[in-house]
Design a protein around this ligand. Structure first.
Ligand code: ADP
Length: 169
């Protein structure tokens, strides 16, 4: 058989590693953007060791907000929530890493900031449930759906971070 250069195997390993990695959808809502919390929030995910694979600032339409929150359409706050999400710029992101869906929710804290622990994003920076500054997918299925709703496949950037071997060993 023809010799395959070692570099090709390495590349395949990296791709396989990246393909297995979990991804989640995280969004800084209009209140978090307006309050100047973008760098603070991005930095918490970055310092933890998660990898940013997509990011964009957009003002979603109300119809788009309704799609994003379709699971909550029977709730009394649904209309106000969709008005709010579409009221200004939202920073939409995809973060990648082992356990990022569940641990991302831990970094974010409980839905109601009154119940979020100090040290979490909502615990540290929010006071009421209607202005809790950040969204994070709550499971693998929603993560997949939300990433597909907010991003085109070509907007997701696959790359190897030099820090990976220090984060994962
Ligand atoms: P999470 O964002 O933590 O996944 P949910 O999916 O239950 O929480 O709710 C989505 C969003 O709806 C919350 O982040 C919050 O902004 C809003 N919300 C939830 N409950 C209420 C409520 N009782 N009144 C107003 N807004 C609410």
């Amino acid at each position: 058989a023809a010799a395959v250069p070692a570099a090709v195997y390495m590349l395949q390993d990296q791709e396989a590693h990246a393909a297995e990695m979990e991804r989640t959808f995280i969004a800084i809502k209009p209140d978090g953007v307006q309050r100047g919390l973008i760098s603070e929030i991005v930095s918490r995910f970055e310092r933890k060791g998660y990898k940013l694979v997509a990011i964009k600032l957009i003002v979603p339409s109300k119809e788009f907000a309704q799609k994003h929150y379709h699971d909550l359409k029977e709730r009394p706050f649904f209309n106000g929530l969709c008005d709010f999400l579409s009221s200004g710029p939202v920073l939409a992101m995809v973060w990648e890493g082992e356990g990022v869906i569940k641990y991302g929710r831990k970094l974010i804290g409980a839905t109601d900031p009154q119940k979020s622990e100090p040290g979490t994003i909502r615990g540290d920076f929010a006071v009421v449930v209607g202005r809790n500054i950040i969204h994070g997918s709550d499971g693998p299925e929603t993560a997949k759906d939300e990433i597909a709703l907010w991003f085109e496949p070509k907007e997701l950037v696959s790359y190897t971070s030099n820090a990976e071997k220090w984060i994962y060993g």
